[in-house]
Design a protein around this ligand. Structure first.
Ligand code: ZN
Length: 311
């Protein structure tokens, strides 16, 4: 395990010459940005998960309280998660006590084992354990090709502390408000608000620049946009997109995409256009506004069509 990591960061030659372990944490640390007092974020690459990007495609963050550090999402591999831990340790000596998962997707939870290994309590939406139990094996099998050797360390580790509704987490003179949402991006979306600085970790309830991906309920997501927008935050770390992004302005383009997608699909359904044809053109007017549009739009439209068909 160690050896593979060393090789991955290009120091394998030194290792094979018998050079003892030396501090590699600093050079391996993720490049995190200070967003506000005690709040740091990492901006993932807008891409699909691969071995080359270590699965580091979604945004991550952490909040430092007087007594403890809480981390929001663990990243797309254990290697990425360890680099995040190194970045946290470069900022503070306070104990990393909590890992909060914003939802079930591999880019957000594949690093969980690294935090379980250092004794973190893992926190998630009350539906998250069920979702990981039903999807976890598929995720592990599905990414074996793209992620290669990185998969060896990756385990599905569900949360042990579950959030239903709203709950506060006290890091010592610093309160985080955790909110569990109804089905939207997935059926297990959780947001985290750092009250002191007005920083919202929106998870994948908010995409900026990167096309939103739908794995829950389009109408559910649209129906909760006003409630999301009314969260009293100044800036947000979206699940994907610039870190930070202004709040609630970060929701504007996403809301427009959902409106266009819904309008186009309702029109097609009313005209009796079959699913296979409707999803090829739905929301095509949005293509130029988003990265990864071609990777995800047809899938979004297919999922939304099934939902809207039964209105
Ligand atoms: Zn997601």
């Amino acid at each position: 395990m160690r050896r593979r990591e060393f090789l991955a960061c290009g120091t394998g030659a030194a290792l094979s010459l018998g050079v003892p372990a030396y501090p590699v944490r600093a050079e391996r640390a993720l490049a995190v940005t200070r967003i506000a007092d005690g709040v740091h974020g990492f901006a993932g690459t807008p891409a699909l998960m691969t071995a080359a990007n270590r699965g580091a495609i979604c945004n991550l963050g952490f909040v430092v309280g007087r007594d403890a550090v809480a981390v929001i999402d663990s990243g797309g591999s254990v290697a990425e998660a360890r680099a995040l831990i190194a970045a946290i340790e470069a900022v503070t000596e306070r104990p990393i006590r909590y890992l909060i998962n914003t939802h079930m997707h591999p880019d957000h939870v594949f690093g969980n084992a690294a935090f379980a290994d250092i004794g973190c309590e893992i926190i998630g939406h009350r539906n998250l354990p069920r979702a990981l139990a039903s999807h976890g094996d598929f995720y592990l099998a599905n990414y074996r090709g793209a992620m290669g050797e990185l998969m060896a360390d990756i385990r599905i580790v569900p949360p042990s502390r579950l959030i239903d509704g709203r709950e506060e987490l006290d890091l010592g003179d610093r309160k985080l408000v955790l909110a569990a949402w109804r089905p939207a991006h997935t059926d297990n979306d959780l947001t985290v608000l750092d009250v002191q600085t007005g920083t919202l970790f929106a998870g994948d309830l908010c995409f900026v620049d990167h096309l939103p991906t739908l794995d829950g309920s389009l109408l559910g997501w649209i129906g909760q946009l006003d409630a999301l927008a009314s969260i009293g935050a100044i800036s947000a770390i979206p699940g994907h997109g610039p870190v930070p992004s202004p709040w609630p302005e970060a929701l504007i383009a996403q809301r427009r995409y959902f409106d266009v997608l819904t309008r186009d699909l309702r029109k097609a359904i009313a005209a009796g256009v079959p699913l296979g044809d409707a999803v090829l053109t739905a929301a095509s007017g949005e293509r130029s506004h988003w990265t990864l549009f071609d990777e995800y739009n047809t899938r979004n439209a297919t999922s939304a069509f099934a939902e809207l068909e039964w209105e």
